[in-house]
Ligand binder design. Structure first.
Ligand SMILES: [Cu+2]
Length: 119
């Protein structure tokens, strides 16, 4: 049985860890709204973390947040990268912003923004 102060500190730690993420989601939600959540929804930037870089096949494995216009929940998956986007400078753990477009059975990164470099 946990003592009450242990419970309180566990809650406090959870809040501290999730605070910035929650703040970002709320911010993103304001930008998206629901007015554009139809089949013609514009492609929005989504935040993603680089899990793996495959320069040879021009592919990225990303842990991405929910992608509204694709009706896709947050997950880790592989993406093709459009010609003209340079992924050679990316490495595991980088935070990036991407615009993803569905092309037939493929999900393609058509725009990319690198948020920060740790190297
Ligand atoms: Cu996905």
């Amino acid at each position: 049985m946990l003592k009450i102060n242990q419970v309180i500190s566990a809650v406090a730690v959870t809040f501290l860890l999730s605070g910035p993420a929650l703040a970002h989601q709320q911010h993103a939600h304001h930008q998206h709204g629901h007015a554009h959540a139809d089949e013609h929804a514009e492609i929005e930037f989504v935040r993603a973390e680089v899990i793996d870089v495959d320069v040879e096949h021009n592919e990225l494995v990303l842990r991405h947040e929910a992608i509204e216009h694709l009706n896709m929940a947050a997950m880790t998956m592989a993406f093709s990268v459009a010609d003209g986007i340079d992924i050679t400078h990316l490495s595991e753990g980088d935070d990036i912003m991407v615009k993803v477009e569905r092309q037939e059975q493929d999900f393609v990164i058509i725009e990319m923004d690198v948020e920060q470099h740790n190297h």
